[in-house]
Each structure stands twice: as structure tokens, then as C-alpha cells.
Ligand binder design. Structure first.
Ligand code: NAP
Ligand code: HSE
Length: 437
């Protein structure tokens, strides 16, 4: 049988990685897919730039629409990033009846509802495994492997750049900006790296995971997002002394009356496997009602790790070329007419435990006043740690770990504690998750 001809939009980190993997593993891939896969055209911005992959036989252009329109191209692989012109080009490919593979989480999170509706109408596949957690096949695991479960929650380290930065800062005391620059050199970071450090990239991925886990529409704008730029070395040290690690987690949880969708730094017990996922590695922990917890681990970014997921999607697409559209796996796991309309809960309704760090004046009655405020809001304390007061500044650092509490109650208690005039700076507050059942 003749090989399937694909066109690439983008030949950067992931695009070149994809060309390399297809070239090196071509025979194995053809044995799996039933047909070979050959790159016939590729679009880039800068035609003069040197590429790190062998482009023999590939038509190179700076006009991406010409790749989509090329009658020789059967499958379009979008690896350019950003929402425009990616959205227009993907819709153009769908309109032409071409299957699409993309690694673009921003595109899927923000425009997936529209893209999948169009794809459904045209009977084509839009595959996006590489959009979440790099090389980890988490989309396939959630959409197919766990299809017998009611998913209760998903919690993941889903940004490789952020985890790389946190690990290097903790283990080697390196400077934030210096590690970020290295992540950029290694091709991990987004074109705009604030997407990585401010949690936007993780929120794009969480949006996709939640849709697939719970059968809800993609709702990026409802996600609570906090980044890693506020994490101090001091908090990392205190957390360690109490038996916790600080990780940047995306959490999607089925709760009473709706779903929690949130991305923020989180204390997790250091005995959990996921607390020990370091560097560019990602991990996603999924709680299914039948299977219990399952953990998926692997490289969250990088050329060939991500290409692994792109090529797996290509193999699925090649197989789909011979299957009836009605018999394919639905894009978001659930049949399009069977999505849930339960709401995403506001953060004030979310229940979680907290790590609080307070810098208080060293005088009698301070701790009693603080614990009284917490008690008045029914916030129960799991542990308290007070550091030796600094006599020069007349200040003591107090760390409090709480049991679970409604976030709205915690916020009110913090407001009251800050109004007591016992503190020399605002309360630092990091959420905690046990990640047990
Ligand atoms: P990249 O290295 O910046 O590559 C982007 C490519 O797209 C470049 O070849 C660029 O051309 C081309 N391009 C961009 N805009 C274009 C335009 N308007 N017309 C023609 N070509 C255009 O990005 P990347 O890291 O490979 O990421 C690509 C996608 O994969 C993004 O959606 C990203 O979020 C996602 N992703 C990346 C990783 C990773 O580890 N890097 C992992 C998972 C998912 P030039 O080379 O000429 O500039
Ligand atoms: N910038 C992303 C990350 C790429 O660091 O996780 C993988 O999606």
C-alpha cells in the first residue's frame, strides 16, 4: 500500500523531532499503522534558518495555507503553536476533509469546542495526544484505558518547564531566571515563557484533561490559575521540614454540585510518588472509582518525547482512514450529545487543606489570637511550627498546617488575622493535597 502523505505546519522543536522519529522508526511505525508515513511538505516562518532534521524530499514553504491546500497532503500536522493562524489553518484542513494532528494545547483549550464540532460534521479526526504532558499517553489512557470508570479526580505535574525550574532551584539553589533560560535553550518552554511560569500552559492542559475525564465542555476561562513565581526558597525548606514537597499541580476534581478546576503551587506529602517527580518529567495521577489510583509518568517536554505522542496520533489517524466515522473514539471521550452541564465551582467553594506562613511580632498572646480566629471559622489545625524568634527584628515565623476547610472560610480567617496588627507581612498561603483517596 502507498504511504500516507503528511504536511507539517512548523519545523521547530517538535516538528524536527517528529521528522527524526518518523525517519528513524519508519519501518516499525509502518508495521503498526499498516502503511508508511512520509512527510511531503512543511511550513516555517524563516526559510533561511538551518534545520536540525533531514528534509530530503520535503517541500519547504513559508506559506502554511499552501501546505493545507496541497492536494498531495492527506494529513495536516499542526506544530506551530499559538491560536492564530493555527485555528484558521486547522479549520481549513477540516473543511477540506483532512485529518489533523496537533500538539497545540492553547488551540484545543480555547477553540477545541468549535474545532471538534466541525471535525464531527466533516467526519475527520483531530488528534492531540502531544498537547498534554508531552510524551505521556495520558489522553489515550483517560479516553480509552479508563473508559469503565467514573473519574473522581485528576492531579498532575503538567508543565515540564515549571517542574524543571522548581527542581533546579531546590536541589542546586539555582536562580529562577537562569534555569528558565536553560529550559528555553533545551526547547521545553513555550514561545512566551510566562505561559509556563504563570500556570497558563498547565491550565490549557488541565482544561483538556477535565473535559475528557468528566465529559464536560472545554472551559478554560473557568479555571483558577496561579503560577510558580511566588514560591520562595524559605517555603520550600519549611515544607520539607514538615514532610512535604511543593509542586505546581493542575487539579480537576468532581465535587458536590460541580467540578473544581485549579492550577496552583501545592504541598504534597513527600512519600507520594508524584512528590518525587523532578526535572522536566511530568506525572498525572488519576483516581477512578473502579481501578483506584493510577499514575502516568514520563517526559513532559522536549523534541523526541513530544514527537513520540505526535507519531502515535499519526498511527491512529492512518488506522482511522479505513474506519467508519461513527465507529471512531469521540474526540473528548464522551459522545458529543452526552456532555454534562454541571458547573465549575468558584474557588470560595473549594475544600482543601492549607500551609500558612506568618511573620508575627514576638510578643505574648499572638499565637493565641491567631488560633482563636482560626477556631472561630471552624478551621482545625493539623500542625504548628514556630521558628526561633529573630531578636533583632522582634519577629517569629509561624507555620500552620490546617485540616480541610472551605477556601472562602480560610480567606475570611486570613483577612481577620491580617487585621490583628500582629503580623509584619501578609500571610503566605499554599494549598495542600494528600492525594490519597
Ligand atoms: P517552536 O520550536 O517555536 O516551533 C514552531 C515552528 O512553527 C517553527 O518552525 C516556526 O518557524 C513555525 N511557525 C510559527 N508560526 C508560523 C507561521 N505563522 N507560519 C509558518 N511557520 C510558523 O515550537 P515547538 O516547541 O516546536 O512547539 C510547537 C507546538 O507544540 C506548540 O503548540 C507547543 O505548545 C507544543 N508543544 C511543545 C512541546 C515542547 O517540548 N517544545 C511539547 C508539547 C507540546 P521558524 O522555525 O521559521 O521560526
Ligand atoms: N512548555 C511546555 C512544558 C511544553 O514545559 O511543559 C510541553 O507541553
Amino acid at each position: 500500500m502507498k504511504p500516507v502523505r503528511i504536511g507539517l505546519l512548523g519545523l521547530g522543536t517538535v516538528g524536527c523531532g517528529t521528522v527524526q522519529v518518523l525517519a528513524r522508526n519508519g519501518d516499525e511505525i509502518a508495521r503498526r499503522a499498516g502503511r508508511g508515513i512520509v512527510v511531503v511538505a512543511a511550513a516555517v516562518r524563516d526559510l533561511a534558518r538551518e534545520r536540525e532534521c533531514d528534509l530530503d524530499g520535503v517541500r519547504l514553504t513559508d506559506d502554511p495555507a499552501s501546505v493545507v491546500d496541497d492536494p498531495d497532503v492527506e494529513v495536516v500536522v499542526e506544530l506551530m503553536g499559538g491560536t492564530e493562524p493555527a485555528r484558521t489553518l486547522v479549520l481549513q484542513a477540516i473543511a477540506a476533509g483532512k485529518h489533523v494532528v496537533t500538539a497545540n494545547k492553547a488551540l484545543i483549550a480555547l477553540h477545541g469546542n468549535e474545532i471538534f464540532a466541525r471535525a464531527q460534521e466533516k467526519g475527520v479526526v483531530v488528534a492531540f495526544e502531544a498537547a498534554v504532558a508531552g510524551g505521556i499517553p495520558i489522553i489515550k489512557a483517560l479516553r480509552e484505558g479508563l473508559a469503565g470508570n467514573r473519574i473522581d479526580w485528576v492531579a498532575g505535574i503538567i508543565n515540564g518547564t515549571g517542574n524543571f525550574i522548581l527542581t533546579e532551584m531546590r536541589d542546586h539553589g539555582r536562580d529562577f531566571g537562569d534555569v528558565l533560560a536553560e529550559a528555553q535553550r533545551r526547547g521545553y518552554a513555550e514561545a512566551d515563557p510566562t505561559f509556563d511560569v504563570e500556570g497558563i500552559d498547565a491550565a490549557h492542559k488541565l482544561c483538556i484533561l477535565a473535559a475528557i475525564a468528566f465529559g464536560i465542555p472545554l472551559q478554560f476561562e473557568r479555571i483558577h490559575v496561579e503560577g510558580i513565581s511566588g514560591i520562595t526558597r524559605e517555603d520550600v525548606t519549611f515544607a520539607g521540614e514538615l514532610g512535604y514537597r511543593i509542586k505546581h499541580l493542575g487539579i480537576a476534581r468532581r465535587a458536590e454540585g460541580g467540578f473544581e478546576l485549579r492550577v496552583h503551587p501545592t504541598l504534597i506529602p513527600e512519600r507520594r510518588l508524584i512528590a518525587n517527580v523532578d526535572g522536566v518529567m511530568n506525572a498525572v495521577l488519576v483516581m477512578g472509582d473502579a481501578v483506584g489510583p493510577t499514575l502516568y509518568y514520563g517526559a513532559g517536554a522536549g523534541a523526541e518525547a513530544t514527537a513520540s505522542a505526535v507519531v502515535a496520533d499519526l498511527v491512529d489517524v492512518v488506522r482511522a482512514l479505513t474506519a467508519d466515522p461513527e465507529n471512531r473514539v469521540p474526540h473528548l471521550a464522551f459522545q458529543p450529545g452526552a456532555l454534562s452541564d454541571l458547573p465549575i465551582l468558584p474557588m470560595a467553594e473549594v475544600r482543601t487543606s492549607f500551609y500558612l506562613r506568618l511573620r508575627a511580632h514576638d510578643r505574648p498572646g499572638v499565637l493565641a489570637d491567631i488560633t482563636r480566629v482560626l477556631g472561630a471559622h471552624s478551621i482545625s489545625i493539623e500542625a504548628i511550627l514556630q521558628r526561633e524568634p529573630d531578636p533583632e527584628r522582634g519577629e517569629a515565623t509561624i507555620i500552620i498546617l490546617t485540616h480541610q476547610v472551605r477556601e472562602g472560610d480560610m480567606q475570611r480567617a486570613i483577612d481577620e488575622i491580617e487585621a490583628l496588627s500582629h503580623l509584619s507581612s501578609p500571610v503566605t498561603r499554599i494549598r495542600m493535597e494528600s492525594l490519597a483517596r
